[in-house]
Write a protein that binds this ligand. Structure first.
Ligand SMILES: *Cc1c(COP(=O)(O)O)cnc(C)c1O
Length: 355
């Protein structure tokens, strides 16, 4: 258990209006959580304070060698008016995996969830209530020791900030067009691809920028070695329905293990589908498309939950999926996951936690 000191703001901000479209991650709530780590002492000084800039030494190691972990999850306004979290323990566990890979300290799973609950409680009035909206939760850890020598930092900040976000699909699920990237790579086996860290994002920006020139908003990454097997999309994992089988790339170490990915695998299995976690090549997709068995493609992630894919561009050849429409299973997954998150249907899996 953390002993969290709470200092409330004396200057509360004005909440966004109910019909504000809330561009992702641009508005922040009144408070933030912060605690400090010192080698030999562990975590200390857990506190909730008014939202404010961080004071860091210009030599803080995060600026030079990139020791940074982040997470992303949401709090939802439930149908009964309570505030709900979805599988927060999965995020806590993944945060620790990332920290382990990046030589950063562990946070007790229960402390992590306690900190999130405490902050969301203080800023509960910021949870937007309109259909499809949520309060985005961004926990992160940074190396703060002022030192230019290369080794893991001996001091850290763990911070949580909150941002009300609008509906991802104000007009229903809209299929996206995806560029299959054959020059740049995101991550290689043995690297940090399975860690949720800024380094993976900066590695991906150039390809994203180039794909955007061709009119594609997202990039599908291939494996670093053979540039043949599908990995994932930007900030989403990817699924294919070929015939009646669901296929998603197996977690090889270079792919981020998404919570939404795990949720979709569980639901598809419960619904009687065969789910294969395995390598899947671009050639296999092209073949399935030619034979007419490539039924649906969709991405999974906390931001959009399900993002149907309407087109894949392979070597400058657009390949249409499901006539650019949303598939039946993609829609069913979206409807079911969001219904569970909002407490609209019974939570038989124990995935939902009240704040
Ligand atoms: C966070 C993230 C995902 C999706 O994970 P969820 O837990 O489902 O939100 C997928 N890929 C990358 C690279 C990510 O950073």
């Amino acid at each position: 258990m953390l002993d969290i000191k709470i200092e409330k703001t004396k200057e509360p901000k004005i909440h966004p209006k109910e019909d504000d479209p809330l561009a992702f991650g641009t508005i922040f709530t009144d408070h933030m959580f912060i605690m400090d780590y010192t080698y030999g002492q562990g975590w200390h000084d857990a506190r909730i304070v008014p939202y404010q800039p961080l004071m860091l030494d210009p030599a803080a190691m995060v600026f030079h060698y990139g020791q940074e972990m982040f997470e992303g999850m949401k709090a939802y306004y439930g149908v009964d008016g309570s505030t709900l979290l979805f599988r927060p323990e999965k995020n806590a566990q993944r945060a620790n995996h990332t920290c382990h890979r990046l030589c950063m300290p562990n946070i007790e799973e229960l402390d992590y969830i306690q900190a999130i609950k405490a902050l969301v409680k203080v800023d509960e009035s910021w949870v937007p209530t309109k259909e499809g909206t949520s309060l985005y939760i961004r926990p992160y850890m940074i190396a703060t020791e002022p030192r230019l020598g290369v080794r893991p930092s001996q001091t850290y900040h763990f911070v949580i900030i909150l941002s009300p976000v609008g509906a991802y699909y104000p007009e229903g699920l809209d299929p996206v067009k995806i560029w299959v990237e054959e020059n740049y790579i995101r991550a290689a086996n043995g690297g940090i691809g399975e860690a949720k860290t800024g380094g993976n994002y900066v590695a991906s920006m150039k390809a994203q920028e180039e794909a955007a020139k061709y009119g594609y908003s997202q990039v599908l990454w291939l494996d670093a070695k053979e540039k043949k097997y599908v990995e994932e999309v930007g900030a989403m994992n990817i699924f294919f329905k070929i015939g009646e089988t669901i296929i998603t790339p197996q977690l090889t170490g270079s792919i981020l293990p998404g919570v939404t990915r795990d949720t979709c695998i569980s639901l598809c299995k419960e619904w009687g589908y065969t789910v294969e976690e395995r390598r899947i090549s671009i050639g296999e997709l092209e073949m399935a498309a030619k034979e007419g068995t490539l039924k649906e493609v969709w991405g999974t992630g906390t931001a959009a939950v399900i993002s149907p894919v309407g087109e894949l561009n392979i070597h400058h050849h657009p390949l249409k999926v499901a006539d650019g429409e949303i598939g039946e299973l993609s829609q069913r997954l979206y409807d079911t996951v969001t219904a569970i998150q909002l407490g609209k249907i019974e939570d038989v899996h124990g995935w939902v936690l009240k704040v």
